[in-house]
Design a protein. Structure first.
Length: 220
């Protein structure tokens, strides 16, 4: 099949690959299937990306910058002053909710991240994010073991991804996270899990009036 000059083949491939990878996982989808889904010739992925790994990397980068910068900005605010487990969880979770709520590709991209977490976690790790969030947790729980902090945060992140990708989507965008009872319960559950697992000491405590906590509501 000849390459049509009026078609953005790279974008067609990215959208097709994201659809397929989010449904089946990258390992289960062939390059041939991506080309077919995109309606392009059999050499198209190779032409635009070279390899399947490069295609996966391009998909990760498609929304990673926005999400990672949001997490970093929120995490930096936790490096000074008194913080709460809830504020730490919100710094990690709200950027993913925001993507899901505002971008039509959000659900598929988060689901792709979930697949990669299970099969190739090193591809989706962000050392700066991991370090900042872990530092915030250790400020909150100064007696916690750093290895246990890392394990607990990994579990929290996996539960977050699982919750977001288990929601019905069908391209429907979400409203404000504060109005979503299921998500606010998840935030409460995850922050409670940090507190229970890492045994807080010192000034760290749940504070519903924290700058990042919900206003005027008590999650169930």
């Amino acid at each position: 099949m000849a390459r049509r000059p009026d078609v953005n083949g790279r974008e067609l491939i990215l959208k097709a690959a994201l659809r397929l990878f989010s449904r089946e996982g990258p390992d289960a989808v062939s390059i041939r299937a991506v080309n077919r889904e995109a309606g392009l010739g059999p050499a198209s992925v190779h032409y635009h990306f070279g390899t399947k790994d490069a295609l996966v990397d391009a998909l990760i980068e498609r929304h990673a910058v926005t999400v990672v910068e949001d997490v970093l900005e929120r995490s930096r605010t936790l490096q000074h002053g008194e913080i709460t487990p809830r504020a730490v969880i919100e710094a990690l979770a709200i950027p993913y909710w925001t993507l899901l709520a505002t971008d039509a590709e959000g659900w598929e991209w988060i689901r792709l991240i979930g697949w990669l977490m299970s099969s190739q976690p090193e591809r989706v790790q962000e050392p700066e994010v991991d370090a900042l969030v872990a530092q915030a947790v250790l400020r909150c729980f100064p007696d916690a073991n750093p290895a246990e902090v890392d394990q607990t945060l990994q579990m929290a992140f996996q539960l977050l991804i699982s919750h977001l990708t288990s929601r019905p989507h069908h391209g429907r965008r979400l409203g404000n996270f504060q109005d979503d009872a299921a998500f606010t319960r998840l935030l409460a559950f995850l922050s409670g899990g940090l507190r229970e697992t890492l045994q807080p000491s010192g000034p760290c405590r749940e504070n519903p009036t924290s700058t990042m906590a919900l206003q005027g509501s008590t999650p169930g």
